[in-house]
Design a protein around this ligand. Sequence first.
Ligand SMILES: Nc1ncnc2c1ncn2[C@@H]1O[C@H](COP(=O)(O)OP(=O)(O)OP(=O)(O)O)[C@@H](O)[C@H]1O
Length: 508
Amino acid sequence: MGLIAMNVGTLIFMLALAALLVAGVRYRKMVLLVADLQADLNDAKAMLAKAAATIAAQPKPAAAIHYVEPVSTYVDRTPLAGAGNALAKPPADLRTTINELSKHTNGRRYFIPLGWSVSGLTGASLQGDVNHILISGMSNAGKDNAALGMLLSLALTHSPQELQIGLIDGKGLDWLGWRNKAHTWLLADEPERIGDAMAKLTNERRRRREILANADCANWDEYHGHDLPLLVVFISELSLLEDAVKARELGAWLNSELSAGRAFGIRYIIGTQNASNFETRWRGQISLHMASSQPNRAADEPNTGMATSDLEAIGVIPPSKLIAPPDGAGVFTVVQAPKAVTVRVPFLTKQHRKFLLDQLPDAPKKPLQQASAPVASNANNQAQPNQPDAMLAALLNGEPLIDQRSINQSSDLARDNGLNNASGSTQTGGSTQAVLSVNQSPLVALPVVAGVDPAEVKKIAEAAPRHKSRSALCNELYGIRGGTPYNRVKLVCDALGLLEAPQIQQAA
Ligand SMILES: Nc1ncnc2c1ncn2[C@@H]1O[C@H](COP(=O)(O)OP(=O)(O)OP(=O)(O)O)[C@@H](O)[C@H]1O
């Protein structure tokens, strides 16, 4: 019994020892595991700290203007006598204004400067803040100069993929320098071109509508594709549009374009001497008024959207009481009801305008050859929703620019703006290189498409406008809807942005 008892005792002791040993091993393992985890955590922390330091050391992905820092950021805060809080001498260097603006954007895009007052710079965003703008004032009030400052600021801080500009002038040669810029989508600088320009804008609105509908987006703000830059259109003198179409038609056109354009990423900046002379319906679409001097009280409300007494009540100078040009040139009462401020816009000298324009990337200068097919032409000004504007298509597809000299000149900005630099001749090379023009009637060079004979490229491009889909086009040309022939059709259509545009597919 004693033996058995001893054996049982030994057994229990042994079992307890074994259990302790197992627990000890487990505990040790756990300790080691915890130590490992701790080491991993420390490694991860070190890696994170290193990554954070690297990110901090990198230059900020700032606006394209970063390489032309303002020379001076000094601002003289003296007000102009008789112009409320507007500054007498706002900074003449637009870079100072852009620099100041950048401090207030909080990462939001499409900010424009509106002018300087003793309280600083007033600005607004064309996304989610201001839609269409009316700039009014008598001759030499500084309307064009104000619009120029806004457009240059936008173009210097947004790539051509983010922003395109339409210019309808017809008053002179002020906007000639924009003709060959990558940001310029439309330049109608002669009265005879204004009718076509209006039709082109209507077509673009319809094209955008279709893209957004296909992508199931209620409006441009919801759209995340990269093929719809904000399109900002400046009309320098509204009455010139009346000469192109009848007054009643102009009212209807403005009403449609302003009311619908807003949802499709199109913003209008409309200049006119006095909005009182135009019908009232479209004026309801204006969300920001910039009004310079007007000869009488009756003009205050049509040009600002607020009555004289209301403007005075909030402490700004009504247009009828502003100093007339030349002394008051550049002074505007800016109204986004119920807020308002009287400001002065900096005047940009001819040399400074040229300097700033030179910073913008150039558009392709000449196509290699002219397409014989009406690939991107809008001969009858009919809406062709599946055929994007030629220049836009080239830019948005990231296709290289043709003119090597102009590429070299603007290579830095092109890189900053996300444009591809050409790396070889447009005649050779394996990739598709659609070369497009910035002219009114865009010319399209047939692309060099790897694996597709140039004669076939031409055949496909010519036949494309007759079809609604690539497979139908393929069927007509090759009697089959798929296989290798379809691949050839696809390559050419992709290169020219024809039929089912690839961007739409991506977004859908
Ligand atoms: N912000 C400004 N500060 C000082 N002077 C200015 C300013 N803006 C314009 N000016 C002066 O007014 C002149 C005309 O400017 P601008 O062409 O912009 O006026 P506008 O209102 O568009 O004239 P118009 O309706 O006749 O075309 C300029 O050449 C310049 O002398």
